[in-house]
Design a protein around this ligand. Structure first.
Ligand code: KIV
Ligand code: ZN
Length: 529
């Protein structure tokens, strides 16, 4: 059961500028660094656009020196961001910083975030540098970054395992060189709230010039303390929190944006701060990031988990019916979660469909609208109830595959207890049809083998995932497939009421993305002769 009562009135503090917590989102940089979470350029743009709209102050769009793809993503996001500052990450060297500066050129407002390790273990084994040389690099890197932009952030990587006196000297050097934001990363998720609070307090008290800069938190979740540590940092005077949607990021992830914001918003009586986030975007942002990375959101995840607002037990349901505040500390509406709405049926017209898309936040051109409307009609023929989630899955699928050069035309699968399972597939490749038949260990394997017979490749398939878009046996299946080739990873998605068709679409969508990654190779070269 999901409640649908209006938002509660919280005791909100007056919004003083001094209490404003800047939200620095690193979904597209630290988040994308999680193994397997790579996104395409258009997916990154889609996420960036939403972050910009939802009120994120700074979007860390990537690490421009890391690859041409990262450079391009930062560069394109710099062109489209209208509210947020766009940030690029750079190590302490000139090549990194200049590459970040170049990528950020089109931005209305840009920031370079430069970092170097300061802990004994990182300096000795990773950098193989003496502390004195690290200190000198702090100054030179910040000075160089300032040649590109006035907005420079500096981070001592592994700050929470750094000798406090050396940390103070490095922070002082960064401030003197012109950094306006000092980020204190708990790179390995090692600290605990009271320790992190003490560290930020100590830096703010001891370091000359600390009162002129903004301190920032960057906490990893290895001990499940990333959000608690971030809030402890804010209580100690940090006024920027680095976080990601759904908490994705290296290893156990980063502090989750939605948790940081909702904790501040819901417990404003004891956390008297504010952010510029419009919480109504949280559900959509969570869904998009989960879809493009194929990282499912854990059912009991705070704020955005499927069960976060579900009340199953009889006692809880009874309480909720009497008064929603019995078991609900925030409303589903406040994070943009709506009751699953029965939308339309097969008699709904194009106008109603366009209005529904608008309500769900989509604006399609005439051709894309026509294609999506046709797919909606087909779906309404097969499925009794078409919900908002069905429309979202269908349109996301349509948008993701609109420019694909390889398309699924037809699929027939023979499955069941008496094998071998067999699939016959027809693919359109640059307007030419190709048909192949294959067997396999099960219908999915047979389908993928048939596709591979038309498009031979050596890519590995480390992930195949199915989830039902809505409830019921006629629900659409949404399939995610990850393919890896030469260290590059792509995610394909497909939706259909037939799980095999959705699987074929997802596999073909991943192949299309591999083609884009290969850039120069034409699809014909992938085809079997
Ligand atoms: O976790 C970390 O230390 C980082 C830095 C690059 C800020 O991500
Ligand atoms: Zn990090």
């Amino acid at each position: 059961m999901t409640s649908s009562k209006k938002g509660r009135k919280q005791a909100k503090h007056k919004r003083d500028a001094a209490d404003r917590v800047v939200i620095f989102d690193t979904t597209l940089r630290d988040g994308e660094q999680s193994p397997g979470a790579s996104m395409t350029l258009s997916e990154k743009l889609q996420v960036a656009e939403l972050l910009d709209e939802m009120g994120v102050d700074i979007i860390e769009a990537g690490f421009p020196i890391a690859s041409n793809g990262d450079f391009q993503a930062v560069n394109e996001i710099a062109k489209i961001a209208s509210n947020a500052v766009v940030c690029g990450l750079a190590r302490a060297g000139a090549k990194d910083i200049d590459r970040a500066g170049e990528a950020l050129k089109p931005a209305k407002r840009s920031r370079i975030h430069t970092f170097i390790s300061t802990s004994p273990v990182h300096m000795k084994y990773k950098l193989q540098m003496e502390p004195g040389d690290v200190l000198a690099a702090v100054t030179s890197s910040v000075q160089l970054a300032r040649k590109w932009t006035d907005d420079v952030e500096w981070s001592p990587e592994d700050a929470t395992r750094t000798d406090p006196d050396f940390l103070c000297r490095c922070v002082e050097a960064a401030i003197k060189a012109g950094a306006g934001t000092i980020n204190i990363p708990d790179t390995v998720g090692y600290t605990v709230p009271q320790e992190y609070h003490a560290l930020i307090s100590m830096l703010r008290e001891k370091v000359p010039g600390a009162d002129k800069v903004v301190f920032s938190t960057h906490c990893h979740d290895d001990l499940g303390l990333a959000v608690a540590n971030s809030l402890a940092g804010v209580a100690a005077g940090a006024r920027q929190v680095e976080c990601t949607i759904n908490g994705i990021g290296e290893r156990a992830g980063n502090a989750a944006l939605e948790e940081v914001h909702m904790a501040i918003d819901t417990r404003n009586d004891v956390l008297p701060y504010w952010t510029s986030i419009d919480a109504a975007y949280i559900t959509r942002a969570s869904k998009i990031v989960s879809a493009v990375t194929a990282f499912p959101v854990q059912y009991n995840k705070a704020i955005v988990g499927k069960n976060a607002f579900a009340h199953e037990s009889g006692i809880h349901q009874d309480g909720m019916l009497k008064h929603t505040e019995t078991y609900e500390i925030m409303t589903p509406e406040s994070i943009g979660l709506k009751e699953s709405a029965l939308v339309m049926g097969k008699h709904s017209g194009r106008h109603a469909f366009r209005e529904k898309l608008k309500e769900l936040g989509y604006e399609l051109g005439d051709n894309a609208l026509q294609d999506a409307f046709q797919r909606f009609k087909d779906l309404a023929d097969k499925k009794k109830h078409v919900f908002d989630e069905d429309i979202e899955a269908l349109v996301d699928d349509e948008l993701a595959t609109a420019n694909d050069r390889i398309k699924v035309v037809a699929l027939t699968v023979i499955a069941g207890t008496s094998g071998p399972q067999k699939a016959t597939i027809t693919l359109e490749v640059d307007a030419k049809h190709h048909t192949r038949e294959a067997t396999g260990d099960g219908p999915v394997d047979a389908t993928f083998n048939a596709i591979k017979a038309i498009v031979p490749h050596e890519a590995r398939l480390p992930l195949y995932q199915v989830h039902a878009v809505t409830e019921g046996t006629d629900a659409q299946a949404e399939v995610s497939v990850r393919l890896e080739e030469n260290g590059k990873s792509v995610i394909g998605r497909g939706a259909d009421t037939d799980t095999m068709v959705a699987s074929a679409r997802a596999y073909v969508s991943a192949l299309n993305k591999l083609l884009v990654k290969r850039e120069k190779s034409a699809p014909e070269k992938m085809l079997a002769s």
